[in-house]
Write a protein that binds this ligand. Structure first.
Ligand code: NAP
Length: 312
């Protein structure tokens, strides 16, 4: 056990990410006490029953009173209203962070509501599963995963360092970058792949009606992995695409061009093109394994309850 890094932590939203943070903080003694708020009374009751929060607040404003650290862990589209509500109740010297999957839109939505003397340091843990809600969290979710911080110019370096320590103490590796760069990187590594998975599962669902469940029954590894990604929370992913519009459309445009090139190679029987392409992509997979971001085990290295899943 280390000494607490923050005395009182307020979690706004009590889903996968917030509950995993709470479990990790409790396991390592990183917070003096944890107060939680979620939209529904049911989620607040579940969080109390599991015990990953010490107190539940009836409103977001009440939750942040006296908090040293406030974590906004709600869908990106809900951030602005929450920020407007809590702004007047934030303690001087407190740090506000968020875990949203998109950064520029969150800064635009939240920053104007942060009073003078309160540090706002946006963040994004690159860790997740396709599950959601207060029962889905676990203490090791962030272990060996990246946690990206996107502080705006002029942010107090000591406040950033303290938040960095918390992320590291929860097992994450921390990096800093600016928000537009973050949004472009995530459009490539997460957002566009999710859209492609949603599309592929949608196409197969249409086919299923034709083939009478054969798609489900004989589902092979490639398709099963798509279905796992496409089972991710619809609200969260709706908000990701609504708020990371430009970067996602840019990457999707490039994707479509490549797809047409592959389609043409298939039509023309251009095996050399296909082979060269698949050789290049195989090397990328090797790079991910060498960087420790996945394992080389078969079936994508997934044990039944593995921590690697989808990442927003
Ligand atoms: P989640 O499991 O669906 O939980 C979302 C939580 O936010 C729920 O507790 C929900 O309350 C609450 N909430 C929603 N709207 C609210 C509002 N208007 N006021 C107060 N609470 C509200 O979501 P999550 O996966 O933890 O995602 C949270 C954030 O982390 C999102 O911004 C997401 O982009 C980001 N993120 C997700 C992943 C991932 O893979 N899942 C990874 C990295 C970052 P109820 O329970 O009462 O509905």
């Amino acid at each position: 056990m280390t000494a607490p890094i923050y005395g009182r932590v307020a979690l706004i939203g009590l889903g996968l990410i917030a509950s995993s943070m709470a479990h990790a903080m409790k396991a390592a003694g990183l917070a003096g006490e944890i107060v939680g708020y979620a939209k529904s009374a049911e989620s607040r009751a579940v969080a109390l029953e599991i015990g990953f929060i010490d107190h539940a607040a009836d409103t977001a404003a009440a939750a942040v009173v006296g908090a040293d650290l406030v974590v906004l862990a709600v869908p990106v589209g809900a951030m602005e209203a929450i920020a407007a509500e809590i702004g007047p109740h934030l303690a001087p010297g407190a740090t506000v962070t968020d875990v949203g999957s998109v950064k520029q839109a969150v800064i635009t939505a939240v920053q104007p509501h942060i009073p003078e003397g309160v540090h706002f340091i946006p963040g994004h843990p690159i860790a997740g599963t396709e599950h959601s809600g207060p029962r889905s969290g676990f203490a090791t979710l962030f272990r060996n995963r990246w946690w990206l911080l996107t502080p705006v110019p002029g942010t107090d370096p000591e406040a950033t360092l303290r938040l960095r320590h918390l992320c590291e103490a929860m097992g994450a590796k921390v990096d800093e970058m600016d928000a537009p760069h973050h949004d472009l990187v995530l459009a490539v590594t997460s957002h566009t792949p999710h859209l492609i998975a949603y599309t592929m599962v949608g196409v197969a669902d249409d086919l299923r009606r034709v083939t009478d469940s054969e798609v489900i029954q004989y589902s092979a590894a490639g398709f099963r992995d798509f279905t796992r990604i496409a089972a991710s929370d619809p609200t969260m992913w709706r908000d990701v695409f609504l708020t990371n519009k430009d970067a996602t459309l840019d990457i999707l445009g490039r994707f479509t061009e490549e797809l047409f090139a592959l389609q043409r190679a298939i039509r023309l029987g251009d095996g050399a093109h296909l082979h060269a392409y698949f050789t290049r992509t195989r090397a990328i997979r090797r790079g991910i394994i060498e960087a420790g971001q996945d394992t080389a085990a078969p079936d994508f290295g997934r044990a039944p309850a593995a921590s690697e899943g989808t990442t927003g």
